[in-house]
Design a protein around this ligand. Structure first.
Ligand code: RIB
Ligand code: CA
Length: 317
């Protein structure tokens, strides 16, 4: 039986690749996508998500819009101004306008309801700022216990991408991330930048995706090529003609746990430091007695990841 999941996104070029993989993989049943302020304003995240799902022939997957601002820092800079990486994401993805519309229910309400109706049966994969997940926790004390497993793209140990200390998804709503990581899930996995940068996608691999001549293959090639150009210009990866495709790695790891290598560790989020807001403090040397709360991906298998993309993007819905 396919594994059921809900995907929380801030679409976003890499979120788009994650959505396509989650919607097309035969071992997964994507019940819904929820959107959150992040790479672009939430209304654009919703519109982009609808475009992606229609482009690959999955307009049946409902999209719920969530928080337009972080849970505590309503005066935080707008995502684009803060992230300064318009060369990696686009306000509007280059796909045909969507015919479908978002659902009426706000994303955090939908999250509490769908997990309450299926306790312990659905995975939640969150690949944007954690505002919706924190709001769902605040709405329903039973929410955390109803989630079979949480997988997040976020955080970093030795790397960073928005300040010298922090990764974007955690930095963009640090109070939400602190609540989520401290919530006591049945199982939580964090895929940080360190693992993701071991699974970079190259221009040559984009050519192989395009050669599939499928909607997903063509869109993935175009979006990842755009990312590669942006990364090489602004934040080179150290490997020529490559870029990380963060969010898609989480989906690949959900279907094949060998895609990442994890350790069960304690992770907390810095919310006060003058220079360190949004830092994930990973106790990988076990310097504290704080209990392990998260399976942290320390490594990733680049070939395994790409093989999953290639095998599943050949398909049509
Ligand atoms: O830091 C990378 C993460 O931030 C990715 O999820 C990207 O889509 C943005 O949300
Ligand atoms: Ca994202």
């Amino acid at each position: 039986m396919p594994r059921k999941l809900v995907l929380d996104v801030d679409t976003g070029t890499d979120d788009a690749v994650a959505l396509m993989l989650a919607a097309l993989h035969p071992d997964l049943e994507l019940l819904a996508a929820t959107t959150v302020n992040g790479n672009v304003e939430v209304a654009h995240c919703t519109d982009n998500t609808l475009r992606v799902l229609e482009w690959i022939g999955r307009p049946d997957i409902p999209v719920y819009e969530g928080l337009a601002r972080p849970i505590a820092r309503c005066d935080f800079p707008t995502p684009r101004a803060a992230k300064r990486d318009a060369k990696v994401h686009m306000e509007v993805l280059p796909l045909p306008e969507a015919k479908g519309r978002k659902q009426r229910l706000p994303a955090p309400v939908f999250l509490t309801e769908v997990f309450a109706q299926n306790p312990g049966e659905i995975a939640l994969v969150a690949v944007g700022p954690l505002s919706n997940v924190a709001a769902a926790i605040a709405l329903d004390p039973a929410f955390v216990g109803n989630v079979a497993e949480l997988m997040i793209m976020g955080g970093a140990i030795d790397k960073s991408n928005v300040t010298p200390s922090a990764e974007f998804n955690i930095w963009a709503d640090p109070e939400a991330a602190a609540v989520v990581l401290g919530a006591g899930w049945r199982k939580a996995t964090m895929v940080p930048l360190d693992a993701i940068h071991e699974a970079l996608i190259s221009l040559d691999q984009c050519r192989r995706l395009r050669a599939l001549s499928s909607p997903a293959g063509e869109a993935a090639a175009q979006l990842i090529e755009y990312r590669i150009a942006g990364y090489q210009a602004n934040q080179p990866t150290g490997v020529p003609d490559t870029a990380p495709v963060h969010d898609a790695l989480c989906i690949a790891a959900l279907v094949d746990e060998k895609v990442i290598a994890t350790r069960h560790l304690n992770v907390v989020v810095e919310t006060k430091g003058e220079y360190t807001i949004g830092r994930t403090v990973v106790d990988h040397e076990r310097r504290t007695s704080r209990p392990a709360n998260c399976h942290v991906a320390l490594h990733a298998d680049r070939d395994r990841f790409f093989d999953i993309l290639l095998a599943n993007f050949a398909k049509r819905a």
